[in-house]
Design a protein around this ligand. Structure first.
Ligand code: HEM
Length: 174
């Protein structure tokens, strides 16, 4: 197995593949459980939003004659906004860590970063920054309405974890 970008090679031994399978399982279970828990708690605290979620789900059950598939779930725009807002308020992973593997310069701000430097991305703080999300403590799924503005990019399922090293479970967990 060879990474085409870095040239890094690994032997796909049984041990390595088993470890990957176990990691995939644990990486999938914990954040999903957290996301479901925080979404349900927020919906309990906001009965009007819960009612709208219920209504949208009922409409889709009716429209698709109780045949709810993955594609049908993806059509539920309000449910999507509610999940996004719950993930913003309570990101299951609040901090990303990386170690720089070569001397580089960050394009934004022209910041020099030396090889070996440890970098932290404070997802929780970004999600709760009032300059990015006004009144960050308010649970407002409408923040994620289409065309709300360019500021809504810092969610844990957005630019910060897309690209080569991304969260592979994101489409399925949403
Ligand atoms: C709400 C649900 C989820 C959230 C919020 C989430 C979030 C994340 C985040 C932020 C990372 C990056 C961590 C880092 O680089 O330090 C990550 C990585 C990862 N996630 Fe998820 N995830 C979710 C669901 C899932 C599911 C369902 C699976 C698998 C079925 C999964 C498998 C993975 C794996 C394997 C990685 C490591 C990727 C890599 O390092 O190349 N995740 N996830």
């Amino acid at each position: 197995m060879r990474d085409p970008q870095t040239g890094y090679e690994m032997e796909p031994t049984t041990g390595l593949l088993s470890a990957q399978a176990l990691f995939f399982f644990t990486a999938g279970v914990e954040p999903c459980a957290n996301a479901i828990f925080s979404t349900l708690v927020l919906l309990c605290r906001h009965p009007k939003i819960l009612e709208k979620v219920h209504q949208e789900i009922d409409e889709h059950f009716e429209k698709h004659k109780n045949n709810i598939t993955y594609d049908v779930i993806c059509e539920m725009e309000y449910v999507d906004k509610v999940l996004s807002e719950a993930l913003r308020l309570f990101p299951p992973i609040g901090l990303l860590t990386r170690q720089c593997c070569q001397d580089t310069v960050l394009p934004v701000g022209n910041v020099k970063v030396a090889k070996g430097t440890k970098m932290f991305t404070p997802i929780y703080e970004i999600h709760n920054d009032p300059k990015i999300y006004p009144d960050p403590e308010v649970f407002d799924p409408e923040r994620f309405s289409k065309g709300v503005g360019p500021m809504m990019i810092f969610t844990c399922h957005s630019e910060w974890v897309t690209g080569r090293v991304s969260a592979p479970g994101m489409p399925s967990c949403k």
